[in-house]
Ligand binder design. Structure first.
Ligand code: SF4
Ligand code: SF4
Length: 81
């Protein structure tokens, strides 16, 4: 699954530099995750690095973007191409 940012985001910027796929950008009011670029850090790290640094624990799995580990790995390969 890709991840998404909830309204608890305080725009602290910490997650932006942590994302190896450049998937996190500023939205209308808070940061947003581009689900097409989020691999849950598959291909880079063992676990989502944005969740590790978020002080408000406002990054959650996106129930609308259920993807298997194989699909996330395929997305990683596509992003590297
Ligand atoms: S889980 Fe990884 S790839 Fe997805 S938004 Fe967070 S840092 Fe970026
Ligand atoms: S680390 Fe968390 S609170 Fe900070 S900008 Fe990212 S999502 Fe928002």
């Amino acid at each position: 699954m890709a991840l998404f940012i909830t309204e608890e985001c305080i725009n602290c910027d910490l997650c932006v530099e942590e994302c190896p796929n450049g998937a996190i950008t500023m939205g209308a009011e808070i940061y947003e995750i581009n689900a097409d670029k989020c691999t849950e850090c598959v291909g880079h790290y063992d676990q989502p690095s944005c969740i590790d640094v978020c002080p408000t624990e406002c990054i959650e799995v996106n129930p609308k973007r259920k993807e298997t580990a194989a699909q996330l790995a395929e997305k990683f390969e596509h992003l590297q191409a």
